[in-house]
Design a protein around this ligand. Structure first.
Ligand SMILES: Cc1cc2nc3c(=O)[nH]c(=O)nc-3n(C[C@H](O)[C@H](O)[C@H](O)COP(=O)(O)OP(=O)(O)OC[C@H]3O[C@@H](n4cnc5c(N)ncnc54)[C@H](O)[C@@H]3O)c2cc1C
Length: 413
């Protein structure tokens, strides 16, 4: 099989990249190879699928805001809900983020700062004994959540409609070095294609790896350092049949926002139609990077919820905790991994010979996927700038490793 472009991985990033390439080069044969039997079966399908434009770095804002702009146009198809983000900071943490928060409130669309006493979240105990007291909150009206499987399906549908091809159950095992002269003594200068686990060879002039946490396992043996590392992240869906115990009696507007506690980056995604709240927390020091990567081994740890999340929920939401005197009921739990680019927590789009890799989305790949697809396509076409969904221009090399220009992100969960 010979294609013009092969894309490895049918997560949101691979499929967004596939569509942006195909719509610009409709005559090219572009094939996506995916090891799973359907799209979005990697970490895209395990995410909380939240989106926000509350970032201190201009890079993150460009990637996320423009993607959100695009997603808004598809709202009905992808369960796009701009419920808002209510991000609480402790009195201790607030001075470190205040300048960024004020910049966002000044320049950002629909962003405001709430002082502790006027916080919109009525159920929150602002100063529980022994826990950090609430200092101030940042409310982002344009933030919210969507359905990652629906987003992946949308990109796949558009791509297929233009004549793109997706091959499932196709695990790529090896990047094939190209020795054009035919002499095995020659050192390869590029790749001729890939070989899958069934032994089939797929040849292409351009290969794009969008394999997320699996990037280094694929690129390492081919002599490439992706600089992308995987780290486990967990989500717990717990019973929340009385929203007023969390949000008070009169939440801001009609929608219940995503909440971030003033302690430990614990975040709550309301799924109140199902009587649930999905809770997550990132742990950094002490949590291993895992290589080689195994999604199957990503299991949630009940102890992690009981020890590292539940006590904070009980302290900050006494009414909610009182309704669950024996502890919160975990209805469902799952785990996946972030594909981190350490240290700036922003994505990487880099190239070695005819291989481009797109990864390192560092926990924000859903909310940035559209922009990543556009920047990756611009890189393939050798363009210096990519035009993002809302018309802003983005310098392609900014996300590279060799000419990287990304400010460190200060608003990290
Ligand atoms: C618990 C959790 C919560 C998250 N919450 C959010 C959030 O709220 N908002 C947000 O924006 N992001 C969130 N993320 C991060 C987000 O899920 C990722 O950034 C995003 O899914 C990355 O997309 P991707 O397409 O690069 O990777 P993936 O979705 O993992 O896709 C990679 C694909 O490559 C395939 N593949 C791998 N190796 C091979 C191979 N050798 N051959 C063929 N196919 C291969 C895989 O099967 C997979 O389908 C979260 C992640 C987790 C784990």
């Amino acid at each position: 099989m010979h294609a013009d472009i092969i894309i490895l991985g049918a997560g949101v990033v691979g499929l967004a990249t596939a569509w942006h390439l195909k719509r610009q080069e409709p005559a090219s044969r572009i094939v996506v190879l995916e090891q799973a039997v359907a799209a979005c079966r990697g970490n895209s399908g395990r995410s909380a699928a939240l989106f926000r434009n509350l970032f201190s770095s201009a890079t993150s804002r460009d990637l996320a805001e423009s993607s959100i702009f695009h997603y808004q146009q598809l709202a009905g198809a992808i369960a796009f809900k701009a419920t808002g983000y209510l991000w609480h900071f402790s009195a201790e943490a607030w001075p470190q983020v205040q300048a960024a928060a004020e910049m966002l409130a000044r320049e950002g669309e629909a962003v405001e700062i709430l002082q502790a006493e006027s916080s919109a979240c009525g159920g929150l105990q602002p100063s529980p004994e022994g826990w950090p007291a609430l200092g101030a909150s940042l409310f982002g009206r344009s933030c919210g959540s969507l359905s990652a499987p629906a987003l992946a399906a949308w990109y796949e549908k558009q791509f297929l409609a233009l004549g793109g091809e997706v091959v499932y159950d196709c695990a790529v095992q090896e990047l094939l070095p190209d020795r054009p002269s035919g002499r095995t003594a020659d050192l390869p200068q590029q790749f001729s294609g890939v070989r899958d686990s069934k032994g089939q060879v797929w040849r292409a002039g351009q290969i794009i790896a969008c394999t997320g946490c699996w990037l280094q396992d694929l690129l390492g043996p081919a002599g490439i350092a992706s600089t992308v590392y995987s780290k486990k992240r967990q989500l717990f869906a717990i019973s929340a049949d009385q929203p007023e115990a969390i949000y008070g009696n009169s939440p801001e507007g009609s929608a219940y926002p995503v909440l971030i506690l003033p302690y430990g980056g614990i975040y709550l995604k309301p799924v109140l139609a199902r009587g649930l709240v999905v809770v997550g927390r990132a742990d950094n020091l002490g949590r291993a990077f895992e290589q080689p990567y195994s999604l199957a081994a990503a299991q949630p740890e009940p102890e992690y919820f009981r020890v590292h999340i539940e006590p904070a929920l009980q302290a900050y939401f006494p009414r909610w905790a009182a309704a669950h005197p024996d502890g919160f009921v975990v209805k469902q739990a799952w785990a996946g991994h972030y594909d981190y680019h350490w240290p700036d927590n922003n994505p990487v789009i880099e190239q070695q010979a005819n291989l481009i890799w797109v990864g390192g989305s560092s926990g924000s790949g859903i909310m940035k996927a559209d922009a990543l697809g556009r920047v990756a396509a611009a890189r393939v076409f050798g363009q210096e700038q990519a035009e993002l969904a809302d018309g802003r221009l983005f310098r392609v090399a900014d996300l590279s490793l060799r000419q990287r220009a990304v400010a460190a992100e200060g608003l990290i969960i």
